[in-house]
Design a protein around this ligand. Structure first.
Ligand SMILES: [Zn+2]
Length: 508
């Protein structure tokens, strides 16, 4: 008998037998629903605590069912729906403007697209890209596998799988459509191509343009696409909005008001280097200074800053050389990654300009050895480098569902924590954070400022570990120390520090 009853439950229900009530659907967040393939069905009456019908793709996922019960704080009746119907219900519940939800993306040229046979596909892309913008994703990944299509959004540095109506039959059309919108060659399917798509995004009655940088790459089952999202509405509001500790903020603030010298921001891709440099520009821009930048790509435009984008014809080094003849006060060179750029950047920095740039090094002091391998003379580094700021972005614990908890034995050992050092935090996950337990990101920083003694050590080509050791002795706060301080304040977790701070720093 149990077998039979199970098989009845296992049958798919039909969406048309339920109503979709937008305020009820909203009791679970969009991202949560998309990630877990769930949707609330029928009207939920807040006045009682009657069980709620919840559509699920997998009704045997007991953990998920328990989690939804605890979020809604009432019993639920699991209803098995296929992905298509869940998606449809979510679209009705969340997406339609007239239902009071509030975001809409229009790919340009909208008029031409809406009358073409591709209109349905454009609608699908509008939805995916609009959702990514609304969730403040930084990237959209559309990947083609043999029998499957994955769409994932990178939000706060972590990829999240999203349910969409794209499938192996429709993905080629979707990518062709993106290529058309980005002005790429749709016939070319054997080489990687890059382009950009500008879309009009509307949320809460306010419109703005969002720039999607499309990169298409061929694969065995067709093309994959990644779109980097450059949203000019993202605030770059100065150094005080970064999470620099007060002493680092003051020291770094002093460095950037120097009339000449080199300041480097270092860290891996996605560690927030651009945000830091833009914050500096925001603070130092003024009518009496000429500021030139060369970037790849320009992510945010400033009113009084002359910004250039690298191209095939002109790279970082060529722009930097040309800038020297433009009589600037301050130059921002997006990245130093070759000898030529390093040489021009340092020439600018010791001939009376303040130069800001980034490098891909693990920590602040290691910048020195990287510059030496790029053939910059050690005396020149010693005399020109004002400071190097290493940074990482850690996810911020959701302040709504965090709780204090002592570190476990493994964490104590890993971080070498003292037995009375117990005030750390974790989070449960709640509807405010889409069940993720994190919301937003916070920077951790390590600022190396060579004084006379440290400059001498650089000039004498002392080993980097000795310079680092001496800098730490003299009070440089390491990435690890800054991270642990922020973890004690409940801003991030030990697991996040472990994920992003180099192991070498932890054992030093
Ligand atoms: Zn939460």
């Amino acid at each position: 008998m149990p077998k039979k009853s199970k098989s009845i439950i296992q049958e798919f229900a039909e969406l048309k037998n339920f109503t979709i009530d937008a305020p009820s659907v909203h009791l679970l967040s969009y991202l949560y629903c998309m990630k877990n393939r769930v949707v609330i069905l029928n009207k939920v009456d807040p006045a009682n605590s009657n069980p709620v019908n919840v559509g699920l793709a997998n009704i045997n996922n007991e953990l998920l069912i328990e989690e939804i019960k605890s979020i809604l704080n009432r019993e639920i009746i699991p209803v098995r729906l296929n992905d298509f119907e869940i998606h449809k219900a979510l679209k009705i519940g969340f997406y339609l403007e007239e239902e009071g939800v509030s975001f809409r993306l229009k790919l340009k040229p909208a008029d031409e697209a809406s009358n073409s046979p591709d209109a349905t596909m454009v609608e699908v892309l509008n939805e995916i890209m609009g959702l990514a913008a609304r969730l403040q994703a930084t990237d959209i990944h559309i990947e083609r596998y043999e029998d499957d299509v994955d769409v994932r959004f990178r939000i706060d540095g972590i990829l999240h799988q999203i349910t969409t109506s794209l499938n192996p039959e429709s993905i080629a059309e979707a990518i062709s459509r993106l290529k058309v919108l980005a002005g790429l060659d749709i016939v070319e399917r054997r080489h990687a191509q890059d382009g950009r798509i500008i879309a009009l995004y509307k949320e809460g009655g306010v419109e703005r343009n969002i720039d999607f940088r499309l990169a298409v790459i061929p694969g065995p089952f067709g093309e994959d696409a990644v779109m980097r999202i450059l949203d000019s509405a993202k605030p770059f509001i100065g150094l005080k909005k970064l999470s620099l500790s007060p002493e680092v903020h003051e020291l770094f603030g002093n460095l950037v008001s120097n009339p000449e010298g080199m300041i480097l921001v270092t860290g891996p891709t996605g560690s927030g280097k651009t945000t830091t440099l833009y914050s500096v520009l925001h603070d130092i821009q003024s009518i009496d200074k000429k500021i030139l930048t060369v970037e790849d790509p320009i992510e945010y435009t400033f009113d009084k800053v002359n910004q250039k984008q690298v191209s095939e014809a002109m790279g970082f080094a060529e722009y930097a050389r040309a800038f020297l003849r433009q009589n600037p006060d301050i130059m921002l060179i997006g990245e130093i990654r070759d000898e030529e750029t390093a040489a021009v950047a340092f020439r600018a920095a010791y001939t009376g300009h303040l130069v800001l740039s980034t490098m891909h090094t693990n920590d602040a002091v290691r910048t020195i050895s990287r510059l030496q391998t790029l053939k910059i003379d050690s005396n020149l580094i010693a005399g020109t480098l004002l400071g190097a700021l290493a940074q990482r972005l850690l996810r911020t614990l959701c302040q709504n569902c965090l709780y204090e908890t002592p570190p476990d034995e493994r964490e104590k050992l890993y971080f070498g924590l003292k037995s009375n050092d117990t005030k750390f935090h974790k989070s449960h996950g709640c509807d405010k954070c889409d069940g993720i337990g994190f919301k937003g990101r916070i920077g951790i920083y390590e600022l190396f400022v060579p004084d006379e003694e440290l400059s001498d050590m650089i000039a004498c080509e002392k080993p980097v570990h000795e310079i680092r050791h001496r800098a730490l002795q003299k009070g440089m706060k390491s990435l690890l120390t800054d991270g642990l301080e922020k973890a004690r304040q409940g801003l991030t977790s030990l697991a996040e520090i472990r994920r992003l701070v180099p192991y070498r720093h932890i054992i030093e």
